[in-house]
Design a protein around this ligand. Structure first.
Ligand SMILES: *Cc1c(COP(=O)(O)O)cnc(C)c1O
Length: 364
């Protein structure tokens, strides 16, 4: 019998979440961000389901190629651009668009000829990770205009660093910095597209919407904000991580459970063993007390998470038996809660589901 541990991916919820992004930013085009295996959901399947998106964004060439090979023909933007001259052959061959964020990339573009490539010039409005300084944005733009290997119009973008905190006015400052840096756009004859917003920008900062928005985490049904429930925004969780009980054992008051014996039974009680662990991507740092659902009833993790298993307190589900379903996150149990208790963010948990877990795609 195969292991019951699986990630059920709800493609209808995914499409619903894209609609939420469209409703929030109705005048912007939607570049669905599907890097890192679509945040762990399976990149090609997610791209195929998102045929309403206007373009896709991935981090690296190795992510873009399988999309083209699967027949995805929409624009695909490489959010980190290219690293070497050799990459440009692949970029041309697969018709990929490129972020240009560094002088080293610009020098390569200035040194080549051949079919023009679509580029997005990235300006650093305050995140201080990738991008050209705002004071040289116009100068870089003019250099790109002169490159025969660059197609026109050139698009412009930046990335927000603090938009997940609605109380932090640094976001307004970044938007201002970007808009000032691209002032030259008004004197151009070309229609120049601009993009600022990630999910948090889309949902929380209307002045960041511009021509294109770049929804990532919200497509997967996760709130982009540090302190708000998903429900308020009507996002639906896309991944439900499930497994089942493989043992139910009765222990005595004082018996210690699992590695290190970190948790002791406060009374005689049933403890369930679930067939999932950190080898599947469930966070090892989830503490005793982290919620799980057994047959849709709330129960709690006890003791340390092992590689292949974890243990749960079954006092609230005393009729549970091996084979019963356990939900670790997803429908009825927000992943944000599990991430919070484990000292991380939902992005990391989603990306961390390992390929030992079977993926099952549902489309209603
Ligand atoms: C990952 C990424 C996004 C999406 O961010 P979310 O917070 O997941 O919405 C948007 N833009 C860029 C440049 C990114 O790298």
């Amino acid at each position: 019998m195969s292991r019951a541990t699986r990630a059920v991916i709800d493609l209808a919820a995914l499409r619903h979440n894209l609609q939420i992004s469209r409703q929030a930013a109705p005048n912007s085009k939607q570049m669905a961000i599907i890097k890192a295996h679509a945040y762990g959901h399976g990149m090609v399947r997610i791209a195929q389901a998102l045929d309403e998106a206007d373009a896709f964004g991935v981090a690296i060439i190795e992510e873009a190629i399988p999309l083209r090979e699967a027949g995805i023909s929409k624009p695909i933007l490489l959010l980190e651009g290219f690293n070497s001259k050799q990459d440009l052959n692949l970029i041309r061959g697969y018709k990929l668009d490129c972020v240009i964020h560094h002088e080293s990339q610009l020098k390569i573009l200035e040194s080549i000829e051949g079919d023009p490539i679509k580029v997005w010039l990235k300006i650093d409005s305050g995140m201080h990770r990738l991008g050209f300084s705002p004071d040289i944005a116009n100068e870089v733009y003019q250099r790109l205009l002169k490159c025969p290997s660059v197609s026109q119009p050139i698009s412009l973008m930046t990335h927000l660093s603090n938009a997940d905190d609605l109380a932090d006015d640094f976001t307004e400052q970044q938007i201002r910095t970007f808009n000032e840096a691209i002032g030259f756009k008004n004197s151009s004859n070309e229609e120049i597209d601009c993009s600022i917003a990630n999910s948090a920008g889309i949902m929380g900062w209307p002045s960041s919407h511009a021509d294109w928005v770049r929804p990532g985490i919200m497509l997967y049904g996760v709130s982009p904000f540090i302190s708000q429930a998903t429900k308020q925004y009507d996002l639906k969780p896309v991944m439900t991580l499930k497994s089942e009980l493989i043992a139910v054992n009765q222990y005595k008051k004082g018996d210690r459970i699992g590695y290190g014996g970190t948790w002791a039974c406060p009374e005689d009680m049933p403890v369930g063993v679930v067939a999932i662990g950190y080898g599947d991507g469930y966070p090892r740092h989830a503490p005793s007390g982290t919620p799980v659902l057994v047959k849709d009833r709330p129960c709690q993790l006890v003791g340390r998470v092992s590689m292949d298993m974890l243990t749960i307190d079954l006092r609230h589900c005393s009729d549970a038996k091996p084979g019963d379903e356990v939900i670790l996150w997803g429908k009825g149990l927000p992943i944000e809660k599990i991430a919070d208790l484990s000292g991380t963010i939902a992005y990391e948990l989603l990306c961390g589901v390992t390929n030992r877990v079977a993926f099952e795609y549902q489309d209603k």
